[in-house]
Design a protein around this ligand. Structure first.
Ligand code: BDR
Ligand code: CA
Length: 324
């Protein structure tokens, strides 16, 4: 049976890589994109989500999400990473469709009521929509099949501070609420995502193999790679958000550890994710009492890149194509 997924997203270049993967993968049925501020404003995220679905010729619904974090003042968006429109400056044609009347949080609540036990929520932006959904209806934790999150850094440094990763840092209070909740949650932190670097040659090959989606991804990756080259000195880009999604389809390729996850919500460590492995001795009793989740910590990067390539390369494209 296919995984029915909702991607909670701030597109975003690696978000687009994840959306393309979900659409191309034969074992995934993309139900909806719920949008969130983060890489871009929520208006741009919603606009980008609609344009991407139009480009891919996909009927998934779009629900617009929160425009600011629960408690902290908003951090600046990351247009410098993802380009002036969040899509590496690629101007996609407008969609004739609009977002649903329901907010993203309301959509998550109602969709999981309609399809209890069937929906995987894959959250690849700040976790504000998920925290709001928990506020609206805490019993959502019993109705989701799983929640897979890209965010945090456990044993490595962060990408927005020495300890914080962007998605968690952009709304630490929401992330803390989401990790405290007792739903089946899997975290793909930077420990695992930064192991994979997709090179410019990888994208040239992908474009040759799939001149439609592959070309879009290659064009966008050029902008993203410029950022990585200048900021991290690497010749390629990191597909963070795809790594969370792929847990649903190829869970066996990740080294996983169970444990409790908490978030620092103030001070110089704001946005840090703290992980306490299940059963590891701690004087404080709070860790054993918290929800126990799964963290993905290791992967074979070559195997992952080959899987992403073959998924996009073997996509069956609709005959009517919209190019840009
Ligand atoms: C995460 O933050 C965003 O820039 C990316 O889309 C990804 O979700 C990486 O820190
Ligand atoms: Ca993202």
């Amino acid at each position: 049976m296919k995984h029915k997924i909702i991607i909670d997203t701030d597109p975003g270049i690696d978000d687009t890589m994840a959306i393309a993967y979900a659409i191309a993968h034969p074992d995934i049925e993309l139900v909806a994109l719920t949008t969130i501020f983060g890489n871009v404003s929520v208006s741009d995220a919603t606009d980008n989500a609609l344009k991407l679905l139009h480009f891919f010729g996909h009927p998934a619904e779009v629900a617009r999400g929160e425009e600011r974090p629960l408690t902290i003042a908003p951090n600046p968006h990351s247009y410098f990473v993802h380009g002036p429109n969040g899509l590496g400056g690629i101007e996609l044609p407008a969609s004739s469709r609009t977002a649903t009347i329901q907010s993203a949080a309301e959509y998550l609540v109602s969709k999981t009521r309609e399809m209890p036990g069937e929906i995987d929520i894959c959250a690849v932006g700040p976790l504000t929509n998920l925290a709001r959904a928990l506020e609206i209806d805490p019993t959502i934790v019993e109705r989701v099949k799983s929640v897979v999150v890209m965010g945090g850094s456990i044993y490595r440094t962060g990408n927005v501070s020495p300890v914080a990763e962007a998605n968690i840092w952009n709304d630490p209070h929401a992330a803390e609420a989401v990790f405290a909740a007792s739903w089946p949650l899997v975290l793909a932190p930077m420990d695992v995502t930064t192991q994979v670097v997709l090179s410019p040659e990888f994208f040239l090959d992908l474009q040759a193999a799939n001149p439609r989606s592959g070309k879009l991804l290659a064009d966008m990756a050029r902008y993203y790679t410029k950022f990585y080259r200048s900021h991290s000195g690497i010749n390629g880009c990191i597909p963070h958000d795809v790594m969370a999604l792929a847990y649903l389809t190829i869970p066996g390729v990740y080294m996983q550890k169970r444990g409790a996850i908490a978030v620092v919500t103030e001070g110089p460590g704001i946005g840090q994710t703290i992980f306490q492995p299940t059963g590891q001795l701690a004087v404080s009793t709070m860790w054993g009492e918290r929800s126990q989740h799964l963290a993905l910590l290791d992967i074979d990067p070559g195997l992952f890149a080959a899987h992403y390539y073959s998924t996009i390369a073997s996509e069956i494209t609709p005959t009517e194509t919209v190019l840009y």
